[in-house]
Design a protein around this ligand. Structure first.
Ligand code: NAD
Length: 399
């Protein structure tokens, strides 16, 4: 009870503090090839030594050649750190931090998926707090210092990390890998670059998974307890853009890639203010136990959780259905538009090739899964409270 009260108070305070500060703070470059504008921006900001955080794939594919040439022309020295694996570990952050100090960098440029962006945020946090370890930053508002300039360029269209105040890291606690978030306003990158061309190389299955993660951010953010008018505006727009764009992005169309780059960013702007719900809690648990890709787990849980939450969402499913392109929603009664919203989510997930059942799920794992999801940081934000028994019943629907 105490933790739910604390969470709600925190969400309320955050929703008011963040909306004053978050959206004034960030420079946004959004266009095909926007990444090529960066060398001139670095020069304008008198930055001449940069740590580029990325993955080996981006170096190998040569995607960054034009950007690196542009930096060379502007006499900007770029040191590449490409040791970031998916679900990054603290050791990668420490390596990046040491390299940043060694080269006396003045800024961090992060080009990659959420894993790279989050690792770069934490490298920045270590730079401004060299005496504080990453575990000591876990939780809320533990960094509290200005990071070096951070330029975030997402290459997946899902996490919205370039817009959020969070960085997710994998630690090892009692010999077991454990994921947690560091949340602080100073982690919001000062520049975000949405360059949809960088997402073209993302395989279609990963495009589908990460895109459904973004849709889950938008729908859970829209219906979470802390939602309010301003975040509703972001989330509804994100639902509309993602629903229109995801099928195209999976087919690698220009419009689809552009739409997803923008839609997932807008979802990030929204949920960063108000948190998420139990679809995310349950997806975190499935990821930890079965290695289910996060977006797949979100996509499987989302319609099931929407059905569970429906009676605590007022008219919101009418707006979700409308944003997802369902026709005639104004003529529908409550039960019909609620079903239409859930059906639209199921159809999108099916169209992009995500299964609705999880074969790996075993009856004997249900107690642990439900307990873990119940303890997850996203659970208290869910519009309808869910007990361990409720969560068990929801997990069972995946079988
Ligand atoms: P990811 O960054 O882990 O990347 C997945 C894989 O795709 C990697 O192998 C990567 O090298 C590859 N990849 C990325 N872009 C590519 C491209 N354009 N072409 C080819 N391959 C590419 O995936 P993600 O879903 O973007 O990020 C997941 C991480 O983000 C998780 O750790 C998750 O917990 C975290 N997350 C953070 C936030 C936040 O607000 N900070 C929000 C949600 C999730």
């Amino acid at each position: 009870m105490h933790s739910i009260f604390w969470f709600r108070t925190r969400q309320w305070v955050l929703s008011r503090v963040l909306h004053l500060t978050e959206h004034k703070k960030q420079t946004l470059l959004a266009a095909p090839d926007a990444v090529l504008l960066l060398p001139a921006l670095f020069r304008k900001r008198r930055i001449s030594r940069i740590l580029l955080v990325t993955t080996p794939g981006f170096v190998r594919r040569g995607t960054l050649t034009s950007l690196l040439d542009g930096c060379k022309k502007e006499n900007i020295s770029v040191t590449i750190f490409s040791e970031i694996a998916p679900d990054p570990q603290i050791e990668s952050v420490e390596q990046g931090f040491r390299l940043y100090q060694q080269i006396q960098a003045q800024a961090i440029l992060a080009i990659g998926g959420g894993s790279v962006l989050d690792a770069a945020k934490l490298i920045g946090a270590r730079v401004c707090c060299p005496k504080k370890t990453v575990p000591a930053m876990r939780g809320l508002l533990k960094v509290r210092r200005k990071l070096p300039p951070l330029f975030a360029v997402p290459t997946t269209a899902g996490t919205g990390s370039e817009a959020t105040a969070a960085a997710v890291i994998t630690d090892c606690i009692d010999g077991k890998p454990y994921k947690y978030a560091v949340n602080d306003l100073c982690l919001i990158p000062d520049t975000a670059v949405l360059d949809p061309r960088l997402t073209i190389s993302l395989p279609s299955s990963m495009t589908a998974d990460t895109g459904m993660d973004a849709l889950t951010h938008a729908i859970e953010g829209y219906t979470t307890k802390a939602a309010w008018e301003m975040t509703d505006m972001f989330h509804l727009k994100a639902i509309e853009i993602i629903s229109k764009s995801l099928r195209g992005a999976v087919a690698n169309t220009k419009e689809g890639r552009e739409g997803m780059a923008l839609g997932q960013y807008i979802a990030g702007m929204g949920f960063s203010n108000v948190g998420l719900g139990i679809a995310h809690s349950m997806a975190h648990t499935l990821g930890a136990v079965y290695d289910t890709p996060h977006g797949v787990a979100c996509a499987m849980m989302l319609p099931i959780v929407m059905e569970y939450n429906a009676d605590c969402t007022g008219e919101k499913y009418r707006e979700i259905a409308r944003a997802m392109g369902v026709e005639g929603v104004d003529q529908m009664d409550q039960a019909t538009y609620r079903k239409a919203a859930v059906d639209a989510v199921r159809k999108l997930s099916e169209d992009v090739g995500i299964p609705s059942k999880l074969e790996a799920l075993k009856e004997e794992d249900l107690p642990f899964l439900a307990e873990s999801a119940h303890a997850d940081a996203c659970a208290p934000g869910n519009p309808k409270d869910a007990s361990v028994e409720d969560l068990t019943a929801l997990f069972r629907k995946l079988m």
